[in-house]
Design a protein around this ligand. Structure first.
Ligand code: KG4
Ligand code: ZN
Length: 352
């Protein structure tokens, strides 16, 4: 029997198998990660090998360097993940992998590694969207969470409001028309002289400042659920350059705090409006910027006020990791989607 026929037969059987152990692989940006996840909710291991220290010297992720380091790290990460879970490759029921969105070279390392594993083990290969994975992070952090709910997706690659109607049924209500909010954090951090990745550094600095800087900026797209962050980014960059050119001092802490406050207002305002318009009483946050302390606080305050139940992923599951891919892959299997063949390749963008 050919691999693809075996995989198809096993994929069908997994839908009714009592326990499903998924080995998941994530390499879309600068984290090489492999996890073992049982039944979509129980993380047996989740090894994340980060390249932050390598990319810091360049001020951001260098795609070619990221790919090379994924190649260097991935076998060791697999060994560690299996050892930490106390499992062998023979225990694995399916291999899941992020095939997009992300850096193509980086993704290809994970995709080819996963294909090889699935083929050798004769188990199904599941192609997972990175964005769906970020939503899946919440199923790990909240055992009781089930769709439907509204999701605020805030990462380095995406900023969106998604109506999650079922585990694998997503309706995009709004998204950024230019920069993602993560890109905006990283750019503002750079202009303030903070190192990569900028988001966590802005978060830390903002705690020491006050919300008193007036940028030349008016929030755009007021009546829409879409976002635009390029205007805010430019306003902060212009403010800083202007001060520097005039030789005037300014407080970086206050700039970080005022910028973060505007981002929070924009994200919280539109998200709460979407909850009301679409009748959602459950809100889920996904993606790296979901680790931002002010955003988490702003969402908590507003959800309480409006009687919306808020679900925030644990901080370690906000940023890229393979456990979130293994979680959503389980629901792909139950929904009968995602089965890939050995022609699977990487995609720089994937529709929600
Ligand atoms: O979801 P993620 O790990 O990767 C993508 O899928 O893009 O998100 C990375 C982004 C980066 O822009 C990083 O600066 C931002 O998440 N980030 C934060 C915080 N932690 C990570 N932004 C603001 N505050 C944070 N605490
Ligand atoms: Zn991500």
């Amino acid at each position: 029997m050919k691999y693809q026929d075996i995989a198809k037969e096993k994929f069908e059987r997994l839908k009714s198998k009592e326990d499903v152990l998924i080995l998941s692989v994530e390499s879309s940006c600068d984290e090489t990660s492999i996890a073992l996840v049982k039944n979509g909710r129980e993380v047996l291991s989740n090894i994340v090998s980060t390249q932050i220290e390598i990319h810091k010297q360049f001020g951001g992720v260098v795609p070619e360097v990221a790919s090379r380091n994924h190649i260097k790290n991935i076998s060791g990460v697999l060994k560690e993940a299996l050892a930490a879970a106390g499992k062998t490759l023979q225990d694995v029921d399916a291999v899941a992998v992020t095939y997009g969105a992300g850096l193509v070279g980086a993704l290809l390392v994970g995709v080819n590694f996963a294909k090889t594993l699935a083929y050798c083990l004769k188990v199904p290969l599941i192609a997972v969207s990175h964005v769906h994975g970020h939503i899946g992070a919440n199923y790990i952090s909240h055992a009781e969470l089930k769709p439907p709910f509204l999701c605020l997706m805030v990462s380095g690659g995406h900023t969106a409001i998604v109506d999650v109607q079922d585990y694998c049924k997503f309706n995009l209500l709004g998204s950024t028309v230019d920069d993602s909010v993560g890109e905006c954090f990283d750019k503002v951090a750079r202009v303030l002289g903070l190192s990569y990745p900028g988001g966590p550094n802005i978060d830390r600095l903002a705690k020491l400042g006050e919300n008193k800087v007036q940028f030349n900026y008016k929030p755009p797209l007021k009546d829409s659920l879409n976002f635009s962050f390029s205007g805010l980014k430019t306003a902060v960059v212009n403010f800083v350059h202007n001060k520097e050119q005039k030789g005037e001092g300014f407080s970086k802490e206050d700039v970080a705090c005022s910028f973060q406050e505007l981002v929070t207002e924009e994200l919280v305002g539109k998200t709460m409006r979407a909850c009301a318009e679409f009748g959602h009483k459950k809100l889920v946050v996904a993606g790296g910027v979901g680790a931002n302390s002010r955003l988490r606080e702003g969402l908590k305050e507003n959800c309480e006020k409006n009687g919306v139940e808020l679900f925030l992923p644990a901080l370690k599951f906000c940023t890229d990791n393979a456990a979130m891919i293994g979680s959503i892959a389980y629901y792909y299997i139950l929904s009968g989607i995602g089965l890939a063949d050995l022609k699977l390749t990487a995609k720089p963008t994937v529709a929600i």
